[in-house]
Design a protein around this ligand. Structure first.
Ligand code: IMP
Ligand code: MG
Length: 167
């Protein structure tokens, strides 16, 4: 669906755009990668930034071994440092129903960050159940389950350099 070359180009552009938006902040940006799917995207995005950034992780699980959301989102690992007064950018692989990012945003708002934004490599609006605002989007994709570049099916295929529709 999306070649590794197209992904690299898009990620570099996103990095530039994000660096401009945060050009004047006084503390390093806090990148919060949502485990596990967003790790590959976050690693590339981080290296496309022209501003200082810290890296944190949050673990949210909603999918079991299937290709449809279970509707329940559990936060299984939280960031380590305090986020009050910090500029936080949540980095997600794909926004689907919107439940994962919605749950994480709600949780993070309580920590009173100076700003809270979302970068998602992929947006699949066809399956949205909860409206969410995505500040930085890589690609909007059609209603197909996708794998590769960090995205898995039952824990597999994360190593693929491009993004593929699962057949
Ligand atoms: P949401 O909560 O329904 O928006 O789902 C978002 C989460 O489900 C993402 O963080 C992904 O981990 C996972 N997910 C959703 N769609 C796909 C897909 O097509 N491939 C792999 N993982 C997916
Ligand atoms: Mg995920």
């Amino acid at each position: 669906m999306i070649s590794s070359e197209r992904i690299s180009k898009r990620v570099r552009l996103l990095g530039r755009e994000i660096s401009e938006v945060y050009a004047d902040i006084e503390t390093p940006l806090v990148i919060v990668a949502i485990l596990k799917g967003a790790t590959v995207f976050a690693a590339d995005l981080l290296r496309s930034l022209a501003i200082p950034a810290e890296l944190e992780f949050v673990r949210a699980a909603s999918y079991g071994a299937g290709t449809r959301t279970t509707g329940r989102v559990k936060i299984a690992h939280m960031v380590e440092g305090p986020l009050a007064g910090r500029h936080v950018l949540l980095v997600e692989d794909i926004v689907d129903s919107g439940r994962t990012i919605h749950t994480i945003l709600r949780r993070f708002r309580k920590m009173k960050p100076a700003s809270l934004r979302v970068a998602a490599l992929l947006d699949r609006p066809a399956r949205r159940e909860i409206p969410v605002h995505i500040d930085f989007t890589g690609f909007a994709i059609p209603d197909r389950f996708v794998i590769g570049y960090g995205l898995d099916y039952a824990g597999l295929y994360r190593e693929l350099p491009g993004i593929y529709a699962l057949s």
